[in-house]
Design a protein around this ligand. Structure first.
Ligand code: GLA
Length: 385
């Protein structure tokens, strides 16, 4: 039975009524532009063909009943909460969005899907986007898609308390089939770049390492980037974001910046240049050049930004040994989660088998791997009249 069908049926079983609306809300990959979004820089993400499905129906009494199909766990919220819940933690992604929307009304909601959780493919943003889209439609709020992206982003920052950038929500909401989004996170201006390579596949290899440090170390990286920016602003007072700095300016400030902070900034400026090169490579269909950029980004994240771990480094080294792989890197915040691999389609299964074999033998832990492709962003898939 397709996933969505299962979610609609569970909704009916749990609540004894039919859903009024069904949403498909995908996860995302990011080709290049890591840790650049909160520095005002560019990113190159895409929504993918793995998604979370959410069924909802409005209520007239202002209560919210929520059900997580994959955990078989639910909760009832009587009225607009003033702070996040201690348990269940997943409820906060939905509640944060409804709070940011001004608590438009009560709802019954059930959700689940085939999007791996905690793997760094933005399952939380998918849940926020789905909630925003469902509430907007059910209560006829008429927000634009970009407004919904901003709402989902604020929900995660202010209500859930994770200081992430805007990339994940944007990619999940605005994705387009077989295209990457070239997004300027400062101006919130974007263009779609078609990915026209039917013989290439994207493979995600999940290290299975819990991203325990992700939140605390993510916050630390943000602070280090802000610290670097503050020093650069003394030399160039008009500078708004780290992404606006030139490598020459950073070099000029080298002796006034702590070494670690200097390396963080060097990574960010390098990554911005790599995004520009990747955009060119995509336009030229130059996938060898693109692959080389993925390896360079991994080295930067490992050595200068220091968000990798032995498992992710091993996965990238193993990938590089396979003749069908043209590029690989850790993807997302780091400290665990997935690597992104650009692989020849026909050999993708052999690639997965060989990398898995090496991974199990060294780390004694199985590898989960998925072949994904750029797909459309969040959408309403049915609406009862
Ligand atoms: C996480 C955050 C994003 C982004 C990436 C790193 O996925 O949610 O906003 O900062 O890390 O590029």
């Amino acid at each position: 039975m397709p996933f969505e069908q299962r979610i609609w049926e569970i909704f009916q079983r749990v609540y004894g009524r039919r859903p009024s609306i069904g949403i498909r809300s995908p996860g995302r990959i990011n080709l290049l532009g890591e840790h650049t979004d909160y520095n005002g820089g560019p990113v190159l993400p895409a929504a993918i063909d793995r998604a979370l499905w959410l069924a909802a129906a409005p209520r007239t009494d202002g209560r919210c009943r929520l059900w997580a199909c994959d955990y078989e766990e639910g909760c009832v919220i009587e009225a607009r909460p003033s702070a996040r819940l201690a348990q269940p933690a997943w409820a906060n992604y939905l509640l944060g969005v409804l709070v940011e929307m001004g608590w438009p009304g009560g709802m019954d909601i059930a959700f689940g899907g085939d999007l791996p959780i905690g793997a760094g493919v933005s399952s939380s943003a998918a849940l926020e986007n789905a909630t925003a889209l469902a509430a907007d439609a059910l209560f006829n709020l008429r927000y634009s898609r970009i407004d919904l992206v901003r709402i989902a982003h604020r929900a995660e920052n202010a209500f859930v308390g994770v200081p992430c950038g805007i990339m994940d929500m944007f990619a999940g909401m605005m994705g387009r089939k077989d295209a990457f989004i070239h997004l300027d996170c400062q101006a919130l201006a974007w263009e779609y770049l078609p990915f026209e390579a039917p013989d290439l596949a994207f493979v995600l290899c999940h290290s299975g390492v819990e991203r325990r440090l992700a939140t605390s170390e993510y916050g630390a990286r943000r602070r280090e980037c802000a610290q670097g920016l503050a020093v650069l602003q003394k030399l160039e007072p008009g500078l708004k974001n780290l992404s606006d700095a030139t490598p020459a300016l950073l070099e000029a400030a080298k002796h006034n910046i702590p070494q670690v902070v200097f390396r963080r900034c060097r990574y960010v400026l390098g990554e911005i240049a790599r995004v520009a090169a990747a955009v060119e490579a995509l336009r030229q269909n130059d996938y060898a050049a693109l692959g080389a950029l993925l390896y360079q980004t991994h080295a930067g994240l490992r050595d200068d930004f220091e968000v990798s771990c032995p498992e992710l480094n091993f996965l990238v080294e193993q990938a590089a040994r396979h003749p069908a792989c043209s590029g690989a890197r850790l993807m997302g915040a780091g400290f665990g989660g997935c690597t992104l691999n650009l692989v020849h389609q026909r050999e993708a299964h052999d690639f997965i088998a060989r990398v898995s074999e090496g991974y199990v033998s060294v780390f004694g832990r199985p590898l989960s791997a998925w072949i994904v492709r750029p797909d459309n962003g969040a959408e309403i898939v049915f609406r009862a009249n």
